[in-house]
Design a protein around this ligand. Sequence first.
Ligand code: S3P
Length: 460
Amino acid sequence: MIPAPASTVGTRPAGGGTTVIRPAARLRGEIRPPGDKSISHRALLLALLGEGESRIVGAGDGADVRSTADVVAALGATVERIDEATGGRTAGYRVASPGAAGIVEPTGVLDCRNSGTTLRLVAGIVAARPLFAVLDGDASLRRRPMARVAEPLRAMGARIGGRARGTLPPLAIEGRSPLVAIDHASPVPSAQVKSCVLLAGLGATGVTSVHETFATRDHTERMLRARGVAVTTERLPGGRRLHAVAGGQAILPRDELVPGDLSGAAFWLVAGAIHPDAEIVVRDVGTNPTRRAIIDLLRRMGATIEERSISPAEDDGIGEPSADLVVRSSRLRGIDVDPGEVAAAIDEVPVLCLAAAVADGRTRIRGAGELRHKETDRVAGIAAGLRAFGAEVAVDGDEIIIDGGRALAGAVTEAHDDHRLAMTFAVAGLIAGGETAVRDADSAAVSYPGFFAELERVRA
Ligand code: S3P
């Protein structure tokens, strides 16, 4: 069960998962966002694949990462919460695993709850083992498209059934060992699809390759390399990428220090930039080049974001860089965002739309169609939510057009059980006149359990 946000003064739960936000006079303070969700999922899953013990310090403690931890345990690893601190990062997991060959057939359904990353990456892992597994999730996950992973895995030799002719969860997977390598061109830019196919490729004969039309987050590639697996990435013209991995390579166990989640930090970056009296320090945030687009997009809009590097980006494509970010009140202007930038800031688009609603002039976000397939239809959800605040938002096919600069008025908003919409509307509530109600605010705990407590702290 996802816990409800803490009861506080300027922010109060109003029952039924609704939280009320009042405007803040000023925003000040230091925030440490939860550990990066994408890296935490992968650290757990790669710990399952590597024989031996791996410690994951600073792992995110949201419901999604817990779903992955539970699935990893159901597949035969011993997973324990640990409470240890290294370099300012605290708590996480210790995983002891028999390795890929020791993965056991789960006795029950693997419940991925709200987490698409869990379901899609685990599909790639179990498809390459000689076992039967059923992957399921909550009502939201059961609506999300799975053909994008089921089709390549079938082409590699796994048998996969599911609702809607094998395209919706629950998915029933009969794995095969070994699979056969494929050369896959994903129809959508998706790090989940890329990761699923590369993980399956580790259990295939031959070299599996994945073509991407736009670069997506490369945590899987970096983290596999750090665990002794040779994964190649070729940069092609137009931002395209070609990744390849040979099957049969062993994954070494390894400790991971997880940096803070930039996708969680993004709410504070936007809050600080749009609030007229703000200075917020966001500590130890992952700034992986394939993830950092939101920082650069906000700067292009005129946001003052200072970046103090903690560990610099390496050229070897292995480490995960991080930085402290300081954001101050800024005057924003509208920008054009292209489809490649959408792919690089896919989870930050909702809060970017809020920045656009406050900015002077027009923002056009092209190629936003993938947002319709997230925890909810985020194109419809963000348009309806921002309009409720009085913003001017138009949707034209896969394009979102926002004419910014109108004063926002407090509103009743629907997060549709989507954590990123809930947090976006809560941030809007900090600058909107009057009271803002965020329905389904407790969904924030999917990625950011302490979000509403932090919101109270920075406004105090
Ligand atoms: C993720 C990839 C993205 C993102 C999701 C996490 C990942 O999904 O939206 O929150 O960890 O690989 P897609 O790859 O489907 O775009």
